[in-house]
Design a protein around this ligand. Structure first.
Ligand code: ATP
Ligand code: ATP
Ligand code: MG
Ligand code: MG
Lengths: 229, 229
C-alpha cells in the first residue's frame, strides 16, 4: 500500500535548515497495524504528514495507495486524502464552531455525500464505541482533553478510509479508554482490512502492532516484527 | 498549602447542567508531589483550574496559599496567579507570535520584572533541562508536539512558583524525555520546596508521587499514600 525510498524532508526557517527526515525507506502492506516510535522531535509527525499528503517530500519517492505523493497538486492532494485517508492529528484539529456530532459527521458530508439516516447511524456507532455519546451536542471548548481526542478518533474513522494515520491517538486517555480506542481500531482492521499507521509513545499501542519502526533524529534506525501481535 | 471542602463545579450549557465536580474535600501540604488520576472526563482539569483560580467554584470552600479562591475578583485572581502559580496546560497554550525563548521568558517579564541577564540565565537553564535549547528561536507552529509540551513546562517553572499545576505534562513525550521533565520537577521540589500537583494518565508520574487521589465522575473516590516514593 505504501512504498517510500530515500524519503527526505527539510524545513527552512530563514537561514536555518532542519533535516527532519533523512533518507527514509520502507514498505507497508495493506491491512497492517504498524507503528513509528522514537524520541520527541525525531520526525514521526513529519512522516505521517508526508504519507497523508498534507506536506510534500523535499526529495525521494513516496507512493501511497497508488498515488505518487510528490506529483499531486493541491486539488489532487485534497481529493486523494478525501478518498483514502483518515487522519488523527496530534493536536486534534477539531472545528471549534461544530459540535461533537457535527465534527464527526463532517467527512461524510463534505467528502462522501452519504445520506442522512446512514450518517446518523454511523456517527452514533462511533460515538458509542469511544464513549462520547453524551458529548454529542457540546462544542470542543466544552470538552475534556481526552474527549476531544476521541472526537478526533471518531472523525478519522467515520468514512471507513483505506488508511488511518494516527498521531498519538491515546496520549490523553486513561488505560480503559485507550483500550476502547485500540479495540475499535483492531475490529476495523479485521472487518474492513483498514491499514493503521501509528506515531506514538504509548506502550499499549506498541504492544498491539505487528511491525515497529524506530526513528531517531530523522533516520529510520530499526524495524522489528512483533511475533505475538 | 491547599484546603478544599465540599468543592463543587457545575457547567451550564443552555438547559443542560454538568456536575463536573461533586463535593470534593482534601488537604495538600507544601513541598508535596501529588497527583489526581481518573478516567477521561472525571474532572481533573476542572479541579486544577479551580486550584489555579482560572475558574470559580460553584459551591464549597477552596483556600490556596492563604487565598480564598471564591472571593477573588479578576484583578486579584491574576495577581494571585502571578505571585504563586505555574500552570502547565493540557493543550500547552503557547503564544503563537512568540518564539520558544520568548514564551518561556514571558512570566519573568510580565509578572516579576527580573533583570535581563538573570532572565537569560534562567531561561537557558530550563531549556537545557528539558532538552529544547535548539528550538530557542522557533515559533510554536514549527515545533513537534513534545517540543511544545516542554516549552509549556519550562514556562511554568521559570518564575520558581510556590505551586505548579501540571495537567498531563508528559502526554506527548517519549520515555527518556518524560524522565528529564520528572527529574527536573523533583530537583525543584528538593531545592526550593515547590509543591507539584499533577493531573495525569502517565504511570511514570504516578510511580513518583507521594499521594494519589482518584477521581471518578466528579467525585474523589480514593486517596492512597505511596510508601516507596
Ligand atoms: N466549559 C464546559 N462546559 C460544559 N462541560 C464541560 C466544560 N468543561 C468541561 N466540561 C465537562 O466536565 C467534565 C470534566 O472535564 P475535565 O476537563 O475536568 O475532565 P478531565 O478529567 O480533565 O478529562 P481528560 O482526562 O480527558 O483530560 C467532562 O465531562 C467535560 O465534558
Ligand atoms: N514547520 C517546521 N519548521 C521547522 N522545523 C520543524 C517544523 N515542523 C517540525 N519541525 C522540526 O522537525 C523535527 C521533527 O518534528 P516532528 O513533529 O516530526 O517530530 P515528532 O517525532 O512528531 O515529535 P513528538 O514526539 O514531539 O511529537 C523537530 O525537531 C521539529 O522541531
Ligand atoms: Mg509528533
Ligand atoms: Mg483534562
Amino acid at each position: 500500500l505504501i512504498s517510500a525510498e530515500n524519503l527526505s524532508k527539510v524545513y527552512k526557517t530563514g537561514e536555518v535548515e532542519i533535516n527532519a527526515l533523512k533518507d527514509i525507506s520502507f514498505e507497508i502492506e495493506p491491512a497492517s497495524f504498524i507503528s513509528f516510535v522514537g524520541p520527541s522531535g525525531s520526525g514521526k509527525t513529519t512522516l505521517l504528514n508526508l504519507i497523508g499528503s498534507l506536506d510534500k517530500p523535499t526529495s525521494g519517492f513516496l507512493q501511497v495507495a497508488g498515488a505518487n505523493i510528490s506529483t499531486l497538486d493541491r486539488k489532487q492532494s485534497a481529493r486523494f486524502r478525501g478518498d483514502n485517508i483518515g487522519f488523527i492529528f496530534q493536536d486534534f484539529n477539531l472545528i471549534p464552531v461544530l459540535t461533537t456530532y457535527e465534527n464527526i459527521e463532517y467527512p461524510l458530508l463534505m467528502v462522501q455525500e452519504v445520506p442522512s439516516d446512514q450518517r446518523k447511524k454511523k456517527v452514533g456507532e462511533l460515538m458509542e464505541a469511544v464513549g462520547i455519546t453524551e458529548q454529542s451536542d457540546k462544542y470542543p471548548d466544552q470538552l475534556s482533553g481526552g474527549q476531544k481526542q476521541r472526537v478526533a478518533v471518531a472523525r478519522a474513522l467515520v468514512s471507513n478510509p483505506k488508511l488511518v494515520l494516527a498521531d498519538e491517538p491515546t496520549a490523553n486517555l486513561d488505560h480503559a479508554t485507550a483500550y476502547m480506542v485500540i479495540d475499535l481500531m483492531k475490529r476495523m482492521k479485521d472487518e474492513f482490512g483498514t491499514t493503521f499507521i501509528f506515531s506514538t509513545h504509548d506502550q499499549k499501542i506498541v504492544g498491539e502492532v505487528e511491525i515497529l519502526h524506530t526513528l531517531e533524529d530523522g533516520r529510520l534506525i530499526s524495524t522489528e516484527m512483533n511475533k505475538e501481535a
